[in-house]
Design a protein around this ligand. Structure first.
Ligand code: BYC
Length: 331
C-alpha cells in the first residue's frame, strides 16, 4: 500500500457546531481572519474556535512536557560533559515551551490544573512519538534532530495563524527550536561519521524511529478530523500532508547526505508533482498509540503523575495562606 503526501483532499462540507452562533458576529469574525488580523483573548470568537484551539494548544503543551522525558533520561548518560550540559539545556527549553503553551491555552478559559488532570487521566492526547522508547544515545539524537525538525515545520507555519497568544508562543518556541535543530544535527553527524559501531547505532535508531516520524504530522488529510475547520480559521496554516511533504523535502536529502538510509523502499520524490511517495504508515497502530496503548504510554504518564504528586507540597508552600485550586490533590 502506498501513501503520498499529495493526497490533500479535504472534505468540503460546511462545518457543524456553528448553528447556535450569531451569524453577524460569525461573519465579522471570519472577515477579521480573512484580513489576517489576530484574534485576542477578549475578542468575540465562536465556541468551536475556542474549543478547537484549547484542544490543540493543550495537546501541544502536553507534548512538550512528555516529550522532555525520553531525552531527559539521557542527561546523565550523554557522552561527555559538553553534551550533558547541552542535553540538559535542551530538555529545560522543552519544559519552558510547555510553560508558554499552557499560558496560551489558559487565555481560552481552561485552567492549567484541569489540563494537567486531563493529561494524567489519559483524557488529553499528546504527540504519539513520545510513546516510543529511547534505548540508546542515538535514539535521543534522532529526537533532537528529526522530531524537532518536524516540529519546526509545523510551528513556523502555524506561527502565522490567527490566535495571537498561540502565535506569539510559537514565535518564541521556534527561535529556541532552531538551536535544538543544530544541536541534534551535530549529534547525528558525529555518530554517523564516527566509528563503525557508532554509525551502526545511528542507523538502527533511525530505522526504529522512522515509522513514528512519518506519523508525527498527524493522519493523512483524507483521515484528518479537524484540519478543515482549523485551516478555515487559520489555526493550522498547512495541512498534515503538506507539513509531512515539506519535512521530507527538507530532511530526506540531508539524511542521505550523511550516508544514512531510510527503511522504506517506496520512499521517493515524484519530480512531476513535487510530492513524496512512501509506504502508507500503519494508521491502526497510530490510533492505538494515541489512545493510550503504545509501548511507553503508561510509563510516561506515571512519571508525570509522580511529578505532580511529589511537587504538591511545593505548590502548597508557594501559595501558603491562599486558597488556590492548583494545590488540590489530583483526581
Ligand atoms: N500525536 O484531525 P487531526 C516537540 C490526533 S512537541 C497524537 O489531523 P489536528 C518536542 C488529534 O489530536 C511538538 N495525536 O488533528 C517536544 C485528533 O484527536 P482528538 C508537538 C495526534 O489537530 C519535546 C486525531 O488524531 N507538536 O516537538 O487537526 C522534545 C485526528 O487528527 C497526532 C504539536 O503538538 C499525533 N502526532 O492535527 C522534542 C503541534 N496527530 O483531539 C520535541 C500542534 C493527530 O480529536 N498540533 N492526532 O482526540 C498540531 O499541529 C495538530 O494538532 C496536529 C494534528 C498536526 C498534530
Amino acid at each position: 500500500m502506498y501513501g503520498s503526501a499529495s493526497t490533500h483532499d479535504l472534505p468540503s462540507t460546511a462545518p457543524t457546531g456553528l448553528e447556535n452562533e450569531d451569524p453577524i458576529l460569525l461573519a465579522e469574525f471570519e472577515a477579521r481572519i480573512a484580513r489576517g488580523e489576530k484574534i485576542e483573548p477578549g475578542d468575540w470568537m465562536p465556541a468551536l474556535y475556542r474549543k478547537q484551539l484549547t484542544r490543540m494548544i493543550e495537546q501541544h503543551a502536553h507534548s512538550e512536557i512528555i516529550g522532555s522525558l525520553p531525552e531527559g533520561t539521557w542527561i546523565t548518560r550523554a557522552p561527555g560533559f559538553r553534551r550533558k550540559m547541552a542535553q540538559m539545556a535542551k530538555v529545560q527549553d522543552e519544559v519552558g515551551h510547555a510553560q508558554l503553551l499552557y499560558s496560551a491555552a489558559e487565555t481560552l478559559g481552561k485552567t492549567r490544573e484541569q489540563m494537567l488532570v486531563d493529561l494524567i487521566n489519559g483524557k488529553s492526547k499528546y504527540s504519539n512519538v513520545f510513546n516510543y522508547p529511547t534505548p540508546t544515545w542515538a535514539d535521543s539524537n534522532v529526537i533532537s534532530w528529526l522530531i524537532d525538525a518536524g516540529a519546526i515545520v509545523n510551528q513556523l507555519a502555524n506561527a502565522k495563524g490567527s490566535y495571537g497568544p498561540y502565535c506569539r508562543a510559537l514565535d518564541r518556541i521556534c527561535a529556541e527550536e532552531a538551536f535544538h535543530l543544530k544541536y541534534g544535527h551535530d549529534a547525528v553527524v558525529h555518530m554517523a561519521t564516527g566509528t563503525p559501531i557508532q554509525r551502526k547505532m545511528m542507523q538502527e535508531a533511525l530505522n526504529r524511529w522512522w515509522p513514528a516520524i512519518m506519523t508525527f504530522f498527524g493522519p493523512s488529510d483524507k483521515m484528518s478530523v479537524h484540519t478543515e475547520i482549523l485551516m478555515r480559521w487559520k489555526v493550522k496554516m498547512a495541512s498534515n500532508d503538506e507539513c509531512r511533504n515539506q519535512f521530507l523535502d527538507m530532511y530526506v536529502p540531508k539524511i542521505w547526505e550523511i550516508g544514512l538510509t531510510l527503511p522504506d523502499a517506496n520512499l521517493r520524490k515524484n519530480e512531476e508533482t513535487g510530492q513524496w511517495e512512501f509506504t502508507e504508515p500503519d494508521w491502526e497502530d497510530f490510533k492505538r498509540v494515541i489512545n493510550g496503548d503504545g509501548p511507553c504510554n503508561a510509563e510516561r504518564l506515571a512519571v508525570r503523575r509522580a511529578a505532580e504528586e511529589n511537587g504538591a507540597w511545593v505548590r502548597r508552600a508557594l501559595s501558603a495562606g491562599k486558597t488556590h485550586q492548583y494545590v488540590r490533590p489530583l483526581a
